[in-house]
Design a protein around this ligand. Structure first.
Ligand code: KIV
Length: 275
C-alpha cells in the first residue's frame, strides 16, 4: 500500500511490520474506551494500544501494578467496539504472564478472544523470551517492551531513564534482540537515550515503537491523555501536548454550571414540545 492510499480495512500485523521496510513511521496512541477509540480510528491512526497505563490515567492508581486481566479485557472490548480499522494491541497486566508459559498462553488467549484485539504486549527482556516464543508459536502476535518498563517500578525505584552508560545500554540491546529472536513482531522502546533507540532500531528487523526514546524509532506511541493535554499530574520530558483539552473541558464544565444555575440552559432549542 502506498503512503497516499487511505487504509479502510483492518491493518494487519504483516502490513504494520512492512512499514519499517517502506520507511513509513508507525503511529500508535493509547485508548481505553469506545468514544476515544472511534475518534482516533476515524482520524487515521495506524494502531491503538489499550495500555495498562489505564491503571494510572483511568483508575487513578500510583502505578500499573494493580491492573487485572479482567480490567484489561473490559477496556480492550470497549475500544474494539469503536475501532474498525486500527490495529489493536492489548497490554498484558502485571503477573498475568510472567510466572509460566501456561499462564501466559491462557492470559494472552483471553485478551485476544474476549478483548477482541489483534495482538498483545508484554514487558521484559531475555527473562521472558521463552514465554514470548510460546505465545507466538500458538498464533498470538506479541509486541515486546524494553527499557523503562513500568511493571518494574519497584525495582527501578521510579520512572527513570534506562540504558544510560555502556553496560546498561548493552543489556537493553540484548533484551531487544532476545525478544525479536523470540518472534515478537514489534517492540516498544521506552525511556532510553536517543542514540540507544537508534542503535536498537538499526540492529533488529522488527519495527521499534518509541516513547521517550528519540526520533529514530520506526514508530511512536503516546498515552492519549498526555497527547491531548488532559493528564496534568506530571509531564515527562518526552510528552508533547498536541491539544489543551484539559483547559477546554474545564471551561465547558464551568459554562454548563453557570447556565444551569442561571436557568439559561436548557432553553427552548434544547427542550421538547408537546406535539
Ligand atoms: O501502558 C501503556 O500505555 C504503555 C505504552 C505507553 C507503551 O505501555
Amino acid at each position: 500500500m502506498s503512503k497516499q492510499t487511505p487504509q479502510t480495512a483492518k491493518l494487519t500485523v504483516p502490513q504494520l511490520v512492512a512499514k519499517k521496510e517502506a520507511g513509513e513511521k508507525i503511529t500508535i496512541v493509547t485508548a481505553y474506551d469506545f468514544t476515544m477509540a472511534k475518534l482516533f480510528d476515524e482520524a487515521g491512526i495506524d494502531s491503538i494500544m489499550i495500555g495498562d497505563s489505564l491503571g494510572v490515567v483511568v483508575q487513578g492508581r500510583d502505578n500499573t501494578l494493580g491492573v487485572t486481566l479482567d480490567h484489561m479485557i473490559y477496556h480492550c472490548h470497549c475500544v474494539a467496539m469503536g475501532a474498525k480499522r486500527a490495529h489493536l494491541i492489548g497490554d498484558m497486566p502485571f503477573m498475568s504472564y510472567q510466572a509460566s508459559k501456561e499462564d501466559a498462553v491462557r492470559s494472552c488467549g483471553q485478551v485476544l478472544k474476549r478483548g477482541k484485539v489483534d495482538a498483545v504486549k508484554m514487558e521484559g527482556g531475555e527473562e521472558i523470551a521463552e514465554i514470548v516464543n510460546a505465545v507466538v508459536q500458538l498464533g498470538i502476535p506479541v509486541m515486546g517492551h524494553v527499557g523503562l518498563t513500568p511493571q518494574h517500578i519497584k525495582q527501578m525505584g521510579g520512572y527513570k531513564v534506562q540504558g544510560r552508560g555502556e553496560k546498561a545500554a548493552k543489556k537493553i540491546l540484548s533484551d531487544a534482540k532476545a525478544i525479536a529472536q523470540a518472534g515478537a513482531y514489534a517492540i516498544v522502546l521506552e525511556g532510553i537515550p536517543t542514540e540507544l533507540g537508534k542503535k536498537i532500531s538499526e540492529s533488529i528487523e522488527i519495527p521499534t515503537i518509541g516513547i521517550g526514546s528519540g526520533p529514530h524509532c520506526d514508530g511512536q506511541v503516546l498515552v492519549c491523555y498526555d497527547l491531548l493535554g488532559m493528564f496534568t499530574e506530571f509531564k515527562p520530558k518526552f510528552v508533547k501536548h498536541f491539544a489543551n483539552l484539559g483547559v477546554a473541558v474545564h471551561a465547558a464544565i464551568k459554562d454548563y454550571i453557570r447556565e444551569v444555575k442561571s436557568g439559561s440552559f436548557p432553553d427552548e432549542a434544547h427542550s421538547y414540545k408537546d406535539a
